[in-house]
Write a protein that binds this ligand. Structure first.
Ligand SMILES: Nc1ncnc2c1ncn2[C@@H]1O[C@H](COP(=O)(O)OP(=O)(O)O)[C@@H](O)[C@H]1O
Ligand SMILES: [Mg+2]
Length: 402
């Protein structure tokens, strides 16, 4: 890991700038004295201010160079306070002694200067403490996150640099939490879905091994084993596809495609499966020559998943309709069916990996189809959602035309 280069070396520019500022301000103050009183006063003012200012710049420069050895921000703030107060005290003392003020005036001036610096120190401390409490909150949060907790937040509000940093820390913790939850669900789903067919395979293998099984029975078991192995293969392919989609850069393989043609092609390919279930599948013709930028294989995979789901959840004599419309910023494709529909309480979940509704438990399919479709659509810069519908399901996705 390498640190990002954010620190500039503190060299001569700051130093030269400080000296220039000290001299300029001293000259300005002397000029004011010259205008109001006389040149002797102006000269005395310059004699006091110039050494004082230069010393301050020198001490500041030393502190800046030694910043890393100065200790915590609290100590740095305290040093700053001491520097300001010290300067004020020395300045007042010099003015009192050089300007030949009356003792009476001198005492008053010293008292006011002392009072102002004491209160100044208090304000600096007070403000510093508030800021440090925020820094401590951020450190505490990061500490807890490092120890594995994900339910912690800094709780720092406001509109300053520290609050923005805290906001970024909070956002990072939320994201970490979500990613870990998703991974957890995925792993739980994978283990569950692997266990079921593997148990079945083990039982079938034992049954085949049994001496009393005749040839015909063994052949039947072997055929069943084949089905399970194919399902396992499909599951692993889907998982592989899903993880690859999360990393892959689809933009590399995008091309101009005729959307209407792709939809018609996919619908035609699904006809046999639909006929088998006596469901009528049709594409509502979009304008030909509606070109979209997409990866044709991946987009076809989305259409295939949606149409397959629609066919599976639609009883005989039902219909599945694929409709493409041009909308602001791209195309919307909708796959609507007249089937059982999706229960209200499942609407948020169906795009999650491994989610399957009860009606699908007995069918094959690992509950990855919609998750894969969502990953593909999002990789195209679009989004996919469930549109409201009276009867049946309506899954719709937006494909941006950019
Ligand atoms: N057209 C549909 N009608 C009713 N339910 C659907 C439809 N499409 C998806 N679903 C629900 O969403 C779940 C997830 O779908 P999907 O991710 O494709 O997984 P799978 O098809 O493997 O079950 C399905 O199990 C089903 O409960
Ligand atoms: Mg499916």
């Amino acid at each position: 890991m390498s640190a990002l280069p954010t620190r500039r070396p503190l060299g001569l520019p700051g130093w030269g700038g400080g000296v220039a500022l000290a001299l300029l301000l001293a000259a300005a103050a002397s000029a004011v004295v010259a205008l109001l009183y006389d040149t002797a006063g102006a000269w005395a003012t310059a004699q006091i201010l110039v050494p004082l200012g230069l010393t301050t710049v020198l001490v500041t420069q030393l502190l800046v160079h030694r910043r890393l050895q100065l200790g915590g921000l609290r100590r740095q703030a305290a040093l700053l306070g001491v520097l300001v107060a010290g300067q004020l005290a020395v300045g007042v003392a010099l003015f009192v002694s050089l300007m030949f003020l009356s003792t009476h005036d001198a005492i008053f001036t010293a008292l006011i200067a002392g009072y102002a610096s004491a209160l100044g120190l208090w304000s600096a401390r007070r403000l510093g403490r508030e800021a440090m409490a925020d820094v401590d909150a951020i450190r505490g949060t990061l500490d807890a996150v490092g120890k594995g907790r994900r339910d912690v937040r800094t709780g720092v509000a406001g509109d300053n640099e520290i609050a923005r940093l805290a906001g970024e820390v909070d956002a990072m913790v939320s994201m970490l939490d979500n990613v870990e939850r998703a991974r957890h669900t995925l792993i739980a789903g994978v283990s569950h879905d692997l266990r079921t067919p593997i148990t079945a395979l083990r039982l079938l293998a034992e049954a085949i091994d049994d001496d009393i099984a005749d040839v015909e029975t063994r052949r039947r078991y072997a055929a069943r084993m084949g089905t399970h192995v194919r399902a396992l293969g499909a599951l692993i392919d889907d998982l592989f596809e899903l993880t690859r989609l999360e990393r892959a850069d689809l933009a590399m393989t995008m091309e101009q495609i005729d959307l209407a043609e792709l939809v018609e092609e996919t619908v035609a390919a699904m006809q046999p499966a639909a006929e088998e279930r006596m469901v009528l599948v049709s594409a509502l013709r979009a304008e030909r020559g509606d070109f979209a930028r997409a990866n044709p294989e991946k987009l076809q995979r989305v259409l295939f998943n949606l149409i397959q789901n629609a066919i599976r959840h639609t009883p005989p004599d039902g219909t599945v309709t694929v409709r493409t419309v041009r909308v602001d910023g791209g195309f919307e494709v909708e796959v609507a069916d007249t089937g059982v529909g999706i229960p209200e309480e499942q609407r948020d979940q169906i795009f999650q990996p491994f989610f399957r509704g009860d009606s699908s438990r007995t069918q094959d399919g690992a509950g990855l189809g919609l998750a894969i479709s969502r990953a593909i659509v999002e990789a195209h810069g679009g989004r996919i959602w469930l549109a409201p519908s009276e009867a049946g399901a309506r899954v719709r996705f937006l494909l941006p035309s950019g």
